[in-house]
Design a protein around this ligand. Structure first.
Ligand code: ADP
Ligand code: MG
Length: 335
């Protein structure tokens, strides 16, 4: 197995308001290896963005706080280093792109200036070198008229072009890890495919690992080698992309897969999962998916299953698949 770039262990991030704790991320563990693209999927509110903001340590503008666990990046626990050191890693060794580039691009600065600032800060280039590198990056992400574009403002660009600028900015320092949080959700389908293609090519060219957050399993199938499925702040299934599509084990994953629209199907006919992610007040004591699960049993309400390894590269958090070996053993001896 190749080197681990990111190793998240038992991460817990909570939001505190009115004396109540909302466990947005509740004991999440997964790893990303060098050069690998890992998809993090789940419905809205499952804790995907909070996981990525925790890795970047970008929760200071929110009432959120990391309350437990560790995040090893290149062997170093990011939760134990001073902010000064974290600032050097952020945007340099770990870069991030968001759904809406307007929130990351400064509207009052020209495109070139913003790119150059990032490049100068992280690569230590002088003004001229930084400008040349900025233009080169804009060309690399397929933007036309790169030399003129550097003198334009973000609002003068389309959504797809702005996302390309964000990718240019994120990739300009050849990060070891790129975190992309719903990078194409706001774009139309054709542009979405182009942006994903671009990310894949750039990622491969610079051996960048990618954490790709999405609620779209189509994007996962296109882009990822491994998939982490999240539900209500927990990982419920983790496996390679082929296994996820051919043998999904968690009822939630099975529901997500069924809700992918098939060619020619009307959106109204989607077999999506009934119900919603429970609010913190309604969170069941046992399995968090119990309120929506077709296979729910008494045990599921009482006790939460562990994320259990069911084969070499497959983990599932579901009572249907707990202790498989033991169950099989029992069948063998005729219990
Ligand atoms: P996802 O990205 O999977 O849609 P998030 O990670 O953004 O979900 O959010 C997970 C949960 O964390 C939310 O359902 C909410 O309860 C809580 N949360 C996220 N951001 C905030 C915030 N700024 N203030 C309070 N609670 C938040
Ligand atoms: Mg999100």
């Amino acid at each position: 197995m190749t080197e681990k770039i990111l190793d998240i262990q038992n991460l817990k991030t909570s939001f505190f308001s009115d004396g109540k704790e909302i466990k947005a991320v509740d004991g999440v563990s997964f790893t990303i290896h060098k050069g690998e693209t890992v998809g993090v999927v789940g419905e809205s509110g499952s804790g995907k963005s909070v996981t990525s903001l925790s890795v970047m340590r970008l929760l200071q503008d929110t009432p959120g706080k990391i309350v437990g666990g560790s995040i090893y990046f290149n062997g170093k626990n990011l939760l134990e280093i001073p902010e000064r050191e974290m600032r050097k890693i952020r945007g340099n060794e770990i870069a991030m792109i968001f759904q809406e580039p307007m929130t990351s691009l400064n509207p009052v600065y020209k495109i070139g200036k913003q790119l150059e600032e990032a490049i100068r800060l992280h690569l230590g280039y002088d003004k001229k070198q930084a400008r040349a590198h900025a233009v080169q990056m804009l060309k690399l992400v397929g933007l036309p008229r790169a030399e003129e574009l550097v003198n334009e403002y973000p609002f003068q660009l389309s959504g797809g072009m702005r996302q390309r600028v964000m990718i240019a900015m994120a990739m300009s320092c050849k990060p070891k890890l790129l975190i992309a949080d719903e990078p194409t959700t706001a774009l139309d389908v054709t542009i979405q495919a182009q942006i994903l293609d671009l990310m894949r090519k750039l990622g491969q060219a610079s051996d960048t690992s990618i954490m790709l957050i999405t609620h779209d399993l189509g994007v996962v199938a296109e882009m990822c080698e491994r998939v982490v499925v999240m539900y209500a702040g927990k990982v419920v299934e983790e496996t390679d992309v082929q296994t996820l599509f051919s043998e999904p084990k968690h009822p939630y994953t099975q529901g997500l897969l069924k809700s992918i629209p098939k060619l020619g199907e009307k959106v109204g006919k989607l077999d999506s999962i009934p119900g919603n992610v429970p609010t913190p007040d309604e969170m069941p004591q046992g399995c968090k998916f119990a309120t929506r699960c077709k296979f729910v049993t008494e045990q599921c309400w009482k006790k939460e299953p562990q994320l259990e390894k069911i084969s070499k590269d497959h983990k599932v958090r579901c009572w249907l698949h707990q202790d498989t070996e033991k169950v099989e053993e029992m069948h063998k001896v005729g219990v």
